[in-house]
Design a protein around this ligand. Structure first.
Ligand SMILES: *Cc1c(COP(=O)(O)O)cnc(C)c1O
Length: 354
């Protein structure tokens, strides 16, 4: 396979290059291939090689690769955005690096250092710069992967690992844009359980969620809301985003104790809300409380902060009025204003690339 050094790539992607022929008004959350992917391998000594950029494309794997046979793999999701001030920025990328480190530990994999991770993400964004949507039209979604790619037959950690980063321009995650979500409370299937891998972004958490998601979508719901697997009583999270409820101006979200993915957006919203003087509680939330809540919203890199319009639990459907002056809107606006550079980034969440 041809490989390119970072510098030669920059030349070929220099300013004179044609912009991709993309209808920026209608980018959804589908996969649009970009120019380059970052690839770095690690064998034997737990040391990663020097990474390289390859043209985006298929990778070759042994049929006996640990990831294919036993699901030894992790992913991350982050976004680069083009601000109106011309800066290209990432949001709290070290948090993604640390989360991958914790996940790698759980999945018996070596992981790149946080600095190496962030540096590789930055370079991947620059290598695919022409694919970053114009300001306001979307973002470049970045997908780092850590995979057990070495061949292994007996159940054991793979002998070789590959860290890959690819990217795709995206618009809104949900087709309806930030239209309110209609959630279905799932009682039969669970996303994660105490002692499992629900607290890390292991690829093994997602295929089992496809069936409940497909079933809910076929019944007209936007997504599934999971309950804890022991009592089937406490709210956990949505397929790929965290959940918050608001009651009498108090904001609550379930604690991340192993079966809930610790979202970086979740963490940021908690910090923003507290900074604005809200009382924020991380506590068990009974599913019945949803029926009484003033507001419910979801958070995640893909969905950002999205209001929930209805929740269906057993034979009850509650609808929420979406208040344009509500808590969800304040959280969304502040989060976006920090990313856009419209308000001060006093916690140093923004990492500039160029
Ligand atoms: C990625 C993910 C989230 C959101 O995490 P962010 O860091 O905010 O993007 C929430 N739940 C699940 C199951 C996820 O995979």
């Amino acid at each position: 396979m041809p490989s390119h050094s970072f510098d030669s790539r920059l030349t070929c992607n220099g300013n004179g290059h044609m912009d991709p022929e993309i209808d920026w008004e209608n980018v959804g959350f589908g996969m649009t291939p970009t120019d380059y992917m970052y690839v770095m391998k690690c064998s034997d000594d737990d040391e990663f090689d020097k990474g390289q950029f390859l043209p985006y494309g298929n990778i070759e794997l042994s049929p006996a690769a640990g990831v294919l046979n036993y699901g030894q793999g992790l992913f991350e999701g982050m976004k680069a955005m083009r601000r109106e001030d011309g800066k290209i920025v990432l949001f709290r990328p070290h948090e993604n690096a640390l989360r991958m480190k914790i996940g790698a530990e759980r999945m018996c994999m070596p992981s790149p250092s946080a600095d190496l991770f962030v540096d590789a993400v930055k370079k991947t964004v620059l290598a695919n710069k022409r694919w970053i949507p114009p300001t306001g039209k979307g973002t470049l979604y970045i997908r780092p992967l850590l995979l057990g790619t070495g061949p292994i037959l007996g159940l054991s950690p793979a002998p070789e690992y590959t860290f890959i980063i690819y990217a795709s321009p995206v618009g809104n995650y949900f087709k309806e844009g930030s239209a309110p979500l209609n959630l279905y409370v799932e009682e039969e299937f669970h996303r994660a359980f105490r002692g499992g891998a629900g607290g890390v972004k292991s690829i093994t958490n997602y295929a089992p969620a496809l069936k409940p998601l497909t079933m809910a979508k076929s019944r007209g719901f936007s997504d599934v809301l999971y309950l804890d697997s022991v009592h089937k009583k406490y709210v956990e999270e949505v397929s790929s985003c965290n959940i918050f409820i608001v009651k009498d101006n108090v904001i609550s979200t379930p604690p991340t104790k192993g079966s809930i993915l610790p979202g970086i957006t979740r963490k940021s919203i908690i910090e923003i809300a507290r900074d604005q003087g809200y009382q924020v509680e991380e506590r068990l939330i009974e599913v019945e409380e949803l029926l009484e809540a003033d507001e419910v919203f979801c958070t995640g890199t893909a969905v950002v902060v999205n209001p929930v319009g209805s929740i269906t639990y057993q034979d009850k459907r509650v609808e929420y009025q979406i208040d344009e002056n509500g808590v969800y809107k304040k959280m969304f606006s502040t989060y976006m204003a920090i990313q856009n550079g419209h308000i001060e980034d006093k916690n140093e969440w923004i990492v500039e690339i160029n």
